[in-house]
Design a protein around this ligand. Structure first.
Ligand code: ACO
Length: 336
């Protein structure tokens, strides 16, 4: 059986930096509240004249390919994680395929919409295809444009301050090297809590005349509804469980982790996990301070930055973990 080796990681974040002080001008919030409750100091918002969900992902993929010294034409599968696709349909995977000039090769493109866990779900799917020998070089990406759906109002301030835009990518290649690359992935979900963190409209399952109404524009159903406290409580439990599950599956201990790269939803969640697992601060990667929560893009952006900063080296044991809407949660253990 083949293993999936990570040969390159890349990212793209829009140039436009939006600080907490910028948000103070738009709604009743403060830099102090945002930093204390979330750790976020600034985030990036896309420029609608040049950034799209799919072209940000292409740019991240190009960086990953360049760092890996792999030609774009070697890609034989795209797995694209996003909850903010360019269109309602088709998915953004085919748009990235076209951007990369791979349309003539007619390679498959899969879209994954598992929110904050989306990248690990996408990685798991890519890994299975490599393990079975069906594909050799896979581009796994996470890309999000959240800012165009945010409402800068007091009623939505708990949501609007946390999200940002960006994209990250990973190139996986099949290897015969034993014990190299993705060691295991673990995915879970619990639909009991689907409506605790969701965007309701324009949903399909209602009378035709109620699918899109003028009232929706005034109400909150087109915006993200988030029961922040409940999400927080579940996140800290599920994160720890998922990390321990990945370690146990591979006969490893928490002390063996060289770098934990958790989803970036709240710095307090990540600090809690770090303390619970008794990991030193330098073994947990955080960049939420600069980007906020970029949903499916947070993990690949973090991996790309951590790699560039020399915090991920060959044969390091890297643990990924995420929790989000669904609820869904997931983890992965990688021998880099
Ligand atoms: N600025 C100022 N005050 C605010 C803001 C704001 N931006 N937002 C909320 N407040 C106020 C509230 O109105 C409330 O005021 P009150 O006490 O007078 O009623 C007070 O602050 C406390 O509000 P809480 O919602 O209890 O604040 P909390 O400490 O829970 O922080 C937060 C909110 C940051 C959203 C937190 O709950 C959280 O991070 N939850 C987890 C989010 C998460 O993990 N999401 C998953 C990923 S997203 C995805 O999957 C798509």
């Amino acid at each position: 059986m083949k293993n999936s080796k990570i040969v390159g990681v890349g990212h793209y974040v829009p140039e436009n930096v939006v600080t907490n002080h910028d948000l103070e001008k738009l709604m009743d919030t403060s830099d102090e509240w945002i930093v204390e409750r979330t750790g976020i100091r600034e985030r990036r918002y896309f420029d609608y004249t040049k950034d799209t969900c799919s072209n940000m992902a292409s740019r991240a993929t190009k960086m990953a390919l360049e760092r890996a010294n792999v030609d774009v034409n070697e890609i034989d599968l795209i797995v694209f994680a996003t909850i903010t696709p360019d269109y309602m349909f088709p998915g953004s995977g085919v748009l990235m395929q076209r951007e990369l000039g791979l349309d003539k090769k007619a390679i498959p493109a899969i879209d994954i919409r598992n929110a904050c866990s989306g990248f690990i779900y996408a990685l798991s799917i890519a890994d299975q295809f490599i393990k079975t020998g069906m594909y050799k070089t896979v581009a796994v990406v996470g890309s999000e444009i959240q800012s165009s759906a945010l409402e800068f109002s007091d009623r939505q301030r708990h949501v609007s301050v946390i999200f940002g835009d960006g994209a990250g990518a990973m190139i996986l290649q099949a290897t015969d090297e034993p014990g190299k690359g993705v060691l295991s992935t673990h995915m879970h979900s619990d639909g009991t809590f689907a409506e605790e963190l969701y965007v309701k409209d324009p949903g399909s399952s209602r009378k035709r005349e109620e699918r899109m109404t003028h009232e929706m524009l005034e109400g909150l159903s087109l915006r993200a509804h988030m029961n922040g406290n409940l999400v927080f409580k579940h996140a800290v439990v599920r994160f720890t469980e998922a990390i321990m599950e990945a370690l146990t599956a591979n006969g490893k201990k928490k002390e063996d982790i060289d770098l934990l790269v958790p989803h970036q939803a709240n710095l307090r969640i990540n600090n809690f996990i770090q303390q619970k697992l008794e990991l030193s601060e330098d073994r947990v990667y955080n960049n939420i301070q600069r980007y906020g929560n970029t949903t499916a893009a947070t993990i690949p952006i973090s991996l790309s930055e951590a790699w560039a900063e020399g915090k991920i080296k060959d044969n390091d044991l890297i643990c990924l973990a995420a929790f989000g809407s669904g609820f869904t949660w997931a983890s992965a253990l990688i021998n880099w």
